[in-house]
Design a protein around this ligand. Structure first.
Ligand code: SF4
Ligand code: SF4
Length: 390
């Protein structure tokens, strides 16, 4: 009986599609250099991909053809040796598409499997963002900012080969560094990429994460409808009208809260979130009107509270707010929960302002795509420098 290896790549749909495809294909090609058959594919359930929605690719390799075929008899792997996360904010969990609920990023990891994350964050920050697991697993970090380049441009910043170098270190039974180097030269004809892969191989280190570490929250889930409960045809029930909000302090009715899709919350789409300064808000309504996801709850005093279970982090509210620094997009890794900012402000206005000022220092060095033409080209030398220094 041979051995089957499974690796998943968790990425942001569309924004990292090319990156994920290159990594999964390259794993299989490198394994071919050792005579191991393999296949690389995307998860059907993630299609059609949408901007920023978490999606997955898989690379499955067997030590022989029969083992691979046995492994491929399943729709998708039930467990993996390595989960690669190419955007660290995905450590908060994956809601890939309606009907899934929230899945921990480490959900499919085997005992002692490795979560391999591209990030500039510390292991402690990433562990705190990731759901607890009932058995130990390993965390390994390839230092760097998430490589977003969109569907039509590929940011060749060596994220792909640095991950391949790390895989050779973490799972040498799957593929050796020599096979990775050969694949890079055969496919990409680039000796600088070989250097990056080798450097990553030499510097990859891991920490063990114990079952007592990590986010203890139960991921949100719901009962899937049974086939006999489904309605005729493919229909999606419309979202009912919203309702008045209760002011928690006085129990008086006030404000307005739209209803939202109960089976697709979308917040794992977010790589950054808006932080609102309620003291400078002029109640102009623009954020509420322009938010593409109806995220703003209208508070009893007519302020607008971005609901963090609904926000996908698009940044439109920051762009339309006419008051300077009233809405600021902040790196999602800076937050531990989805609590209401308005409630925190109401409870302690001075404390909230201090919190807000600390948070907005963590403005993201990222966006979902590019803010100006040529931005991706500017980021490539920066990433190569990080790869050199890491
Ligand atoms: S970032 Fe702002 S506009 Fe975009 S979904 Fe979130 S609250 Fe709405
Ligand atoms: S756009 Fe800015 S000023 Fe206008 S309501 Fe929203 S937060 Fe307030």
């Amino acid at each position: 009986m041979g051995r089957l290896f499974a690796i998943e790549i968790i990425y942001r749909g569309i924004f990292q599609k090319l990156l994920a495809g290159k990594i999964s294909r390259a794993i299989v090609l490198a394994a071919h250099n050792e005579g191991k058959p393999g296949i690389s594919f995307g998860r059907y359930g993630d299609s059609p991909e949408r901007n920023g929605i978490p999606a997955k690719n898989f690379a499955i390799v067997g030590t022989d053809q029969i083992t691979l075929e046995e492994g491929m008899a399943k729709y998708e792997p039930k467990e993996v040796d390595i989960s690669i996360v190419v955007d660290d904010t995905l450590c908060k969990g994956v809601e890939s598409w309606a009907w899934y609920g929230l899945q921990p990023a480490n959900r499919l990891l085997k005992p002692n499997g490795t979560l391999l994350v591209t990030s500039k964050e510390s292991p402690e920050t990433l562990i705190a963002m990731t759901h607890r697991k009932e058995y130990p697993y390993k965390l390994s970090i390839v230092k760097g900012i998430p490589s977003f380049s969109g569907l039509w441009v590929y940011k060749d910043d060596h994220t792909d080969v640095r991950i391949l170098g790390a895989i050779a270190k973490l799972l040498p039974e799957l593929v050796s560094l020599e096979s990775v180097k050969k694949m890079i030269l055969d496919e990409w004809h680039d000796s600088l990429k070989v250097t990056s892969a080798t450097r990553s191989y030499d510097r990859t280190s891991t920490v063990t994460v114990q079952p007592s570490q990590g986010n203890p929250e139960e991921p949100f889930k719901f009962e899937m409808p049974k086939w006999w409960e489904m309605r005729d045809g493919v229909t999606i029930p419309c979202i009912p009208q919203g309702k008045a909000m209760k002011d928690a302090e006085t129990a008086k009715v006030g404000g307005w809260k739209p209803e939202r899709n109960p089976t697709f919350k979308k917040y794992t789409t977010r790589t950054m979130r808006p932080v609102v300064n309620f003291d400078t808000c002029i109640k102009c309504t623009l954020c509420w009107l322009q938010c593409p996801d109806s995220c703003f709850d209208v508070t009893p005093e007519g302020l607008y509270d971005a609901n963090m279970e609904a926000c996908c982090g698009c940044g439109v509210c920051e762009a339309v707010c006419p008051v300077a620094n009233c809405i600021t997009m902040v790196n999602e890794a800076a937050f531990q929960n989805n609590a209401s900012q308005w409630e925190a402000w109401k409870d302690n206005k001075t404390g909230y302002l201090k919190w807000l000022q600390e948070k907005i220092e963590q403005r993201p060095e990222r966006s979902h795509g590019f803010r100006f033409r040529g931005q991706y080209a500017e980021q490539v030398p920066e990433m190569l420098q990080i790869a050199k220094d890491a």
